[in-house]
Design a protein around this ligand. Structure first.
Ligand SMILES: *Cc1c(COP(=O)(O)O)cnc(C)c1O
Length: 405
């Protein structure tokens, strides 16, 4: 019998006979109200389905919320990361440092540009990329680092900005989780050279698909506009040849079509009207979780980055093997038996076969690898009811209590 089969055999049945709930609860779900629906329908009745006033309006709104000078909405958060790397001029022979505990896109964006991702280990308590580990990985090929606000907490901006300035690097913040969070009173989105956002429906603001890049730098802004649409410009100031008519445009760089639709932009802007309510409710759920779970010896909760006032995107629990007789997988499956469907964020990127074939090997970031063995994500989203929250707390408490060493 394989190890996995043995473990499966030992998996706990539902403790106490009945699961804590009868219907399944998932780790994330969007919240759409009538205002969102009306906003999309209004666009459908208008003249523009792409590249029109809803996009411009949503971009202005993102600037107001985050304090960034420029926002460029685009197809998704992955496109946003690729556009940011293109605008930063990252290319063949360059190295881009990032964390392994993130979605694959945070590192893939370097590969898209012909550069090599380099992985820096995390802080054991906040699970964010560790500035000292970034510094250890800097070589004369390093051009940029992509710091991910993992789970919605801010990365340590102060230390990262110091490293950027000391080594002359480009600081790209993958803020797919971060909208609504502030750091020492200043909104995230206004610290890094470029911050990328995602509006995938599991994220705080749902656009179906959608992303954005925020920046204060007018040169990056110009390049981001080119990167969003084939490297094509209609701005005579950027052209190399004399326009031979009013139809004239030029392709002056190479990119692809990373545009977003007007319907998505209208939905995102309508969702942004609820950002405060989304954030307040998530903070309330996180307070209740923290209070309940910090008492359990078998579990550890994520420590807050100093200065981060967080709108949490993910709630991560970490088992403490010294105080628990089951492992992460068994805890995860016991939660499933209670009808609470958890997730794991994330598998270290360099574990993937694609990365293995590029020569990456296990052992690169021991703290990240240990975290991966021990963590799982429990449900956290605005539309959860108080009963849902209580169910999660009851299930976790029950399992952690039963298997306490
Ligand atoms: C979701 C996510 C992305 C990619 O965003 P998409 O909109 O799904 O393309 C990138 N980085 C992180 C950390 C994410 O969570």
């Amino acid at each position: 019998m394989s190890l996995i089969q043995e473990k499966t055999k030992e998996l706990p049945a539902v403790l106490g006979g009945e699961p804590v709930r009868q219907t399944k609860l998932y780790y994330a779900h969007q919240y759409i109200d009538q205002a969102d629906i009306d906003a999309v329908v209004q666009v459908l009745k208008s003249d523009f389905l792409t590249t029109g006033p809803a996009i411009a309006s949503c971009e202005r709104r993102l600037c107001e919320i985050t304090g960034a000078k420029y926002a460029v909405l685009c197809a998704n958060g992955t496109a946003a990361l690729h556009m940011a790397c293109m605008a930063a001029g990252i290319g063949e022979g360059d190295e881009v440092i990032t964390t392994p505990i993130t979605f694959a896109a945070s590192a893939n964006c370097a590969l898209y540009c012909g550069a090599r991702p380099v992985f820096a280990d995390i802080n054991e308590e906040t699970y964010q990329i560790d500035p000292a580990e970034i510094e250890r990985k800097i070589t004369d090929r390093t051009r940029a680092f992509v710091a991910v606000d993992f789970g919605g907490q801010s990365v340590p901006e102060k230390e990262l900005l110091e490293i950027r300035d000391r080594y002359g690097l480009v600081f790209i913040e993958d803020g797919a989780h971060v909208i609504g969070t502030s750091y020492h009173g200043q909104m995230n989105g206004s610290f890094a050279d470029m911050t990328t956002l995602s509006f995938h429906p599991v994220k705080t603001i749902a656009g179906g698909e959608g992303g954005a890049v925020l920046t204060d730098n007018p040169e990056y802004y110009q390049k981001l506009l080119l990167a969003r649409s084939h490297g094509i410009t209609r701005d005579p100031a950027l052209m190399e040849h004399e326009p031979d008519g009013p139809w004239y445009y030029e392709q002056i760089a190479l990119s692809t079509n990373y545009r977003i639709t007007e319907m998505q932009a209208a939905l995102i802007e309508s969702q942004l009207n609820k950002l405060k309510a989304f954030g307040d409710r998530k903070k309330e759920i996180v307070r209740r979780y923290d209070e309940a779970f910090s008492k359990l010896p078998g579990l550890r909760i994520q420590k807050e980055t100093e200065g981060s006032d967080t709108v949490r995107h993910l709630y991560i629990l970490r088992i403490d093997p010294a105080h628990l007789s089951i492992d992460r997988r068994q805890f995860f499956e016991a939660m499933g038996a209670e009808n609470i469907v958890c997730n794991v964020h994330y598998i270290p990127i360099y574990y993937f076969p694609y990365y293995e074939k590029l020569g990456y090997q296990k052992g690169l970031c021991p703290k990240a690898e240990k975290l991966y063995e021990e963590m799982f994500t429990i449900p956290l989203y605005y539309a959860m009811t108080d009963q849902d929250v209580e169910d999660v707390i009851r299930a976790v408490t029950r399992i952690a209590g039963y298997y306490e060493k």
